[in-house]
Design a protein around this ligand. Structure first.
Ligand SMILES: Cc1cc2nc3c(=O)[nH]c(=O)nc-3n(C[C@H](O)[C@H](O)[C@H](O)COP(=O)(O)O)c2cc1C
Length: 252
């Protein structure tokens, strides 16, 4: 029988960890991460597709997305990194559950002359704002022009792209009010290891105004059971408010 871990948190000082361990802790804790199936073309027009889960939207206006592309083990660029460097364009195809097997095929390290979109049995459609194609089966595709590339460490770059336009499958969007039906989109997320998640289990939580928050809190205070502390701390971590700070938060 496995024993229960003691209460509290385990601290990992990243300065003493290997790259592999830092990677494992980051991908295990920053979850779920959306997956960009990135399509690009090389200088000769050969199409490439590869999935990236170091991916997210960073800004709405201007519309900026970012992907983190690592070099290959021999430090050469992955095809995606090379192609974006050469053409300054890429398309982020959103991966849904129906595409998950094809997405995984696109992650196979084929040589540069292999068109993963064809190998994975996906359908290419010409781009509008960019010369690389988008994937027809994807519920959405964001056509991007390279905005800036950040060199991170010795073997990684973070590529920001400005979204020039987005294709969204008709059953997933209301073109009048721009509402996107996320359930129909059925996007998948990447977790740690080789695990994935869906977004089928959703809930709604509107952000509150200060007045709404105050009114909700006074209602919660009224309904508190007598004799039962609200947030009983079972962990060993000492909250900042209980440390010797004289009741004040230390300045950063
Ligand atoms: C779900 C998933 C997410 C991935 N995310 C990344 C990532 O964020 N960065 C990266 O460099 N590689 C990532 N990979 C690995 C690349 O997809 C893989 O190296 C691919 O072969 C690169 O293809 P390319 O050389 O055609 O660009 C991921 C693989 C999978 C399956």
């Amino acid at each position: 029988m496995s024993s229960r871990p003691p209460p509290g948190h385990t601290h990992f000082d990243f300065s003493g960890l290997s790259g592999r361990d830092k990677y494992k802790l980051i991908i295990g804790t920053v979850i779920p991460r959306p997956i960009a199936l990135v399509t690009t073309i090389d200088e000769n027009g050969v199409v490439n597709a590869a999935p990236f889960s170091f991916f997210n939207a960073l800004s709405g206006d201007p519309a900026i997305v970012a992907i983190g592309v690592e070099n290959k083990a021999d430090m050469s660029f992955k095809d995606t990194g090379h192609n974006i460097r050469m053409t300054e364009q890429f398309t982020v195809n959103i991966v849904d559950q129906a595409m998950i097997d094809a997405m995984n095929t696109c992650a196979v390290p084929f040589p540069p002359d292999v068109d993963e979109v064809d190998v994975a049995g996906l359908t290419q459609v010409p781009g509008v704002h960019v010369s690389c194609p988008r994937i027809l089966e994807a519920p959405a595709a964001l056509e991007c022009k390279r905005y800036i590339t950040l060199e991170i460490g010795k073997s990684r770059e973070i590529i920001l792209g400005e979204v020039m336009g987005v294709f969204i499958r008709n059953d997933c969007v209301n073109p009048l009010n721009k509402h996107v039906d996320q359930k129909r989109m059925d996007a998948v997320g990447r977790l740690g290891g080789h695990d994935y998640s869906t977004i089928r289990d959703q809930f709604t939580l509107p952000t509150m105004s200060v007045a709404e928050w105050e009114s909700r809190n006074s209602n919660l205070d009224d309904s508190k059971e007598p004799g039962k502390p609200a947030g009983e701390q079972k962990q060993q971590d000492v909250p900042l408010s209980k440390q010797q700070t004289g009741g004040k938060r230390p300045k950063a």
